[in-house]
Ligand binder design. Structure first.
Ligand SMILES: [Zn+2]
Length: 489
């Protein structure tokens, strides 16, 4: 089957099927094989050599009548010329480079065209083509990735919202795994998590040279899980997340959305193992009845990080306690890294609806908590916003990328179930009204107009430096050489 590369149907009086450039190169191929010059062929068909050259370079669509004359002069059937296939590997390269040079990339970059003829060495031809392809790939990636990431994040957030952040099939996986190792309920010990690994047929290997871009690496062939020697955080989490990906049969992600979904699922299943549904719900229900719900208590009862407890609380709160909630993770710079809500709180968003990387109102608990010197006592605050009054509790944690606040909040009507409702901290937020906190006060703006020039510090914003690759952010070469190095002989 033949198609035209331009996508436009060929006019009736020109050659059907193949495009002009390919036909031209087939003509040139046969002509040079016959030892004919442009002049020879031009004379044979009654045309100027320059017209034959235009024909061979695809600058002119050949009319059927001319093609018949050319075919006759070259002693080949017309059909041999209008095949939509380059006559040789070299011609294929030439056609590709000519097309690339005539395409939007080269012209937008204002790169001078190279004459694609016999004098151009094949290796130079190949190098130019590869450069063009690679440049196209990099530019496409740069243009598409933040947009793709925004879309994928928004889709995932809406799925989570629709399910009140509760995933029954993941809870069922957790229940089954815990039952398989005879977990008695309550917190999962380190031994308990190792037993789950053994139940699934995996051995654990703590190594000093785990690739920097990974939390764990799993050798599926030899059923080994490699973990960092010096775990700064809870050693159960990376292990359970690795096992979760295995149990959920995650494959190499098809795209960024797939990668995000897998990460959310693995985190969810790990948390559902660390804070088993039955035990956590029993504890939370009791606390709700006594009107002293607390994320800190959940954290302490199950010996997990505040962030894990806060996350798990959002899984269970709406489904089991009938409480709508929101969750936020905010960098000390004020930008939103992660968020979830089904309680109507209005997160800051860009005009396209993306929230990651957006600045959070300075009056919100997630921001004000950074100024609180006491980092042990829970901090809570009521905030009046254009979408209602919310009560939030927040905590600051330090990580390699700086400090983050992790916050859980509920609408005013739900605060009666929580410890910390007696707080006198209160704020008013008028965001997204720019006069709330985004625009500087008039007197300062006037005082410094034209006299201030700050240089922005690049920081690891969620989207600005979105890494590419099969597993975004993972150095695949490092991972594979690591596996080679550690694989049993
Ligand atoms: Zn504000």
């Amino acid at each position: 089957m033949t198609t035209t590369h331009t996508g436009a149907p060929a006019p009736a009086d020109t050659a059907p099927g193949a495009d002009a450039l390919t036909i031209g190169r087939r003509i040139r191929h046969v002509r040079t094989a016959r030892g004919m010059t442009l002049e020879d062929l031009g004379a044979a068909v009654g045309r100027a050599p320059s017209q034959i050259s235009m024909l061979e370079n695809g600058h002119r669509e050949a009319k059927v009548s001319l093609l018949q004359q050319v075919a006759a002069a070259l002693a080949v059937p017309v059909a041999a010329l209008i095949v939509d296939e380059p006559p040789s590997a070299r011609a294929a390269l030439e056609i590709a480079l000519v097309r690339a040079q005539r395409g939007p990339l080269f012209s937008s970059l204002d790169i001078p065209a190279v004459a694609v003829g016999r004098s151009l060495p094949t290796d130079a031809l190949q190098a130019l083509l590869r450069l063009g392809e690679e440049l196209q790939r990099l530019l496409t990636e740069r243009a598409a990735t933040p947009e793709e990431a925004r879309r994928a994040n928004a889709e995932l957030r809406s799925t989570m919202r629709a399910q009140d952040n509760y995933f029954p099939e993941l809870e069922a996986h957790a229940r089954r795994l815990l039952a398989a190792v005879g977990h008695p309920g309550g917190p999962l010990s380190q031994r308990g998590s190792a037993e789950i690994a053994a139940h699934l047929g995996f051995t654990l290997h703590h190594v000093a040279d785990l690739p920097h871009s990974t939390r764990s690496v799993t050798d599926l062939e030899h059923r080994r899980v490699y973990l960092p020697h010096h775990a700064s955080t809870d050693p159960r989490s990376p292990l359970l997340q690795a096992l979760a990906s295995y149990v959920l049969e995650h494959r190499e992600p098809r795209d960024y959305g797939d990668f995000l979904r897998q990460r959310v699922e693995a985190n969810y299943l790990a948390a559902a193992l660390l804070l088993p549904e039955d035990g956590a719900v029993a504890m939370l229900s009791e606390a709700k009845a006594a009107r002293r719900l607390s994320v800190e208590d959940l954290r302490d009862a199950f010996a997990v990080t505040y962030e894990t407890a806060a996350h798990r609380f959002t899984n269970l709160a709406t489904r089991h306690l009938d409480i709508p909630v929101h969750f936020m993770k905010v960098h000390e710079s004020g930008t939103l890294h992660k968020a979830y809500e089904n309680d109507g709180v209005a997160f800051p968003s860009d005009p396209l609806g993306a929230i990651e990387g957006q600045p959070v109102c300075r009056r919100w608990t997630a921001r004000t908590v950074f100024a609180i010197p006491d980092r042990i006592s829970p901090y809570s605050q009521y905030t009046d916003t254009p979408s209602g009054t919310f009560w939030c509790t927040s905590r600051v944690q330090s990580g390699p990328d700086g400090e983050f606040s992790v916050s859980v909040g509920v609408p005013f009507a739900q605060v009666r179930w929580f410890q910390g409702r007696e707080t006198r901290e209160r704020a008013t937020s008028r965001c997204p009204d720019p006069t709330c906190c985004r625009r500087p006060p008039d007197h300062l703006a006037e005082r410094w107009a034209g006299r201030a020039w700050p240089a922005a510090r690049p920081h690891a914003s969620t989207l600005a430096a979105l890494p590419a690759g099969v597993f975004p952010g993972v150095d695949q070469t490092e991972v594979l050489t690591f596996l080679e190095r550690h694989a049993p002989a």
